[in-house]
Design a protein around this ligand. Structure first.
Ligand code: 9PG
Length: 479
């Protein structure tokens, strides 16, 4: 049972010249600034919606109707306009919708969960007001913004084919080159199954607990990837505790998404035993020597479904799960959220992926434009979305995803590698790389060194004339 409250405004303005700024639901959802009278992208397949959007609040399929989580803005060509923003996302999701009429624009904000304050202001300077209101939201929720870290992550070169030896080989080479990484982070592929985190995969060639001490000898901290709220349908965890799973209306364990060759289950984070298990999981990773966790696919914690405690809202259920991980990992552990409902993570994570995955190619036009998947991984999508969320610096350290400095096993040309480097620097936050050290020539090493040089983020000059230009420069098709 969830309460809903609705707020409405009607703006007496002709919509033709307005633009709308949306935020999206979770890390991978597209965030964009688009003409209000355009039609939002429609993903052709349900699994795309499941992995990029809120299934309970998917993008509209009508011209002039735009939806956004937590906040929304409408801009006139001179940068003035309106900003709407939720004041507290701990217990509540805010579903914003703007609807263009002929001579007016209707704005609706539906609160899913407890009632909460909502700001809606007309302003001469949308960018400044957006930064103010989102900053207030961050402060109200006790945002954590520790110093950014420089991270090597195994995913964007090795994908699930990662081994203990490969991790150590890269760490040794990085050490020899004197590259200033803080953390070496092992990504997906080390574990037997989703949920069976303590057992190694058949190919990993060791155990995740064998890594941290060897990394520390080379001068690096150890980081580990988990999708802590996901449970594989064939996993031992699923067999042992079916009662811990989020359920469909008919009481059977819900299956959703499509990665790792099929759909998966989610833990019910209102179940006390599932929460205790999550605390133990994070605490165990800590005792193995990891002090950096990339906690991924977190949207599973707020997926719609039937929970053990039906009085808990999706935002609250999500935060109960995330709080359990924080409690287990400790206050001084570094938590990077990924695939995560954005504002509802404030105060519990140290850093947050603010866009979809970078890939070693610029754009996946067919999937983005023709199949309508705005959350599709690509260098372009990652930069475009993370830049649109620039104001979220006050919520956590943003993680705009990795630099790709290598020339081999990459389709990025020199201009695109340069754009990636420059725009990651504009965004600030975490600096990351995934390049196999052995593939870096002199130019690649120099690009990587420059990308690890932490700088203060540059405020985009204006929202309407932002660094988005550099993103579109190499892009064909609808923005
Ligand atoms: C490991 C990876 C990496 C990566 C994460 C996440 O289907 N999808 O929409 C989809 C999006 C992202 C994704 C996987 C699937 O990647 O962002 O850095 O950790 O998981 O599996």
């Amino acid at each position: 049972m969830t309460d809903t409250n609705t707020h409405r405004w009607t703006l007496p303005i002709v919509p033709d010249t307005l633009r709308v700024l949306t935020n999206g639901y979770q890390s991978w959802s597209e965030a964009e600034l688009r003409p209000l009278t355009d039609t939002p992208r429609q993903a052709l397949f349900q699994w795309m919606t499941d992995q990029g959007q809120d299934p309970a609040f998917p993008p509209s399929d009508q011209a002039g109707v735009w939806r956004s989580h937590t906040l929304i803005a409408l801009l006139r060509p001179d940068g003035s306009g309106w900003v709407g923003c939720l004041r507290d996302a701990t217990r509540t999701f805010a579903h914003w919708e703007v609807r263009a009429g002929t001579s007016s624009v209707d704005v609706t904000c539906v609160l899913e969960g407890a009632d909460a304050d909502v700001a809606f202001e007309e302003t001469a300077d949308v960018q400044t007001t957006l930064e103010q209101l989102s900053g207030e939201l961050g402060r109200a929720m006790g945002a954590r913004t520790p110093a950014p870290l420089r991270v090597w992550c195994s995913w964007y070169s090795y994908y699930r084919d990662i081994t203990l030896d490969t991790m150590l080989k890269n760490a040794r080479l990085a050490h020899e080159h004197g590259l200033p990484f803080d953390v070496f982070q092992l990504d997906d592929g080390f574990q037997a199954d989703l949920g069976d985190w303590f057992e190694p995969s058949s190919w990993f060639g060791g155990h995740a607990k064998d890594l941290p001490a060897q990394l520390r000898e080379l001068g690096f901290r150890a980081g580990l990837w988990l999708a802590p709220f996901l449970v594989g349908p064939e996993s031992k965890l699923r067999a042992a505790h079916p009662e811990w799973l989020l359920q469909a209306e008919d009481g059977t364990p819900l299956l959703f998404g499509n990665n790792w060759g099929g759909p998966y289950h989610a833990l019910d984070t209102t179940h006390p035993e599932a929460l205790a298990w999550l605390r133990d999981l994070a605490a165990t990773c800590r005792t193995w020597g990891y002090d950096y966790l990339k906690v991924d696919f977190l949207y599973a914690g707020s997926h719609p479904g039937k929970r053990h405690d039906p009085a808990v809202s999706r935002a609250e259920a999500y935060r109960m799960g995330l709080q359990a991980l924080r409690d287990g990992f400790g206050e001084d552990g570094f938590l990077l959220g990924c695939g995560a409902p954005l504002a509802s993570s404030i105060g519990l994570v140290d850093a947050m992926r603010t866009g979809p995955d970078v890939t070693p190619f610029w754009d996946d036009e067919a999937r983005r434009v023709l199949l309508g998947d705005g959350a599709v991984p690509s260098a372009r999508s990652a930069l475009h979305t993370a830049l649109t969320r620039w104001y979220q610096h006050t919520w956590y350290q943003p993680d705009p995803d990795v630099m790709i400095a290598r020339r081999e096993r990459s389709l990025l040309n020199d201009h695109e590698r340069g754009a990636l480097l420059g725009l990651l620097d504009v965004m600030g936050g975490l600096r990351a790389s995934s390049d196999p050290m052995e593939l870096l020539d002199e130019v690649g090493l120099e690009l990587l060194r420059r990308s690890l040089d932490l700088s203060t983020p540059d405020r985009p000059r204006t929202l309407t004339e932002s660094y988005g230009g550099a993103v579109t420069h190499f892009t064909r098709g609808t923005f």
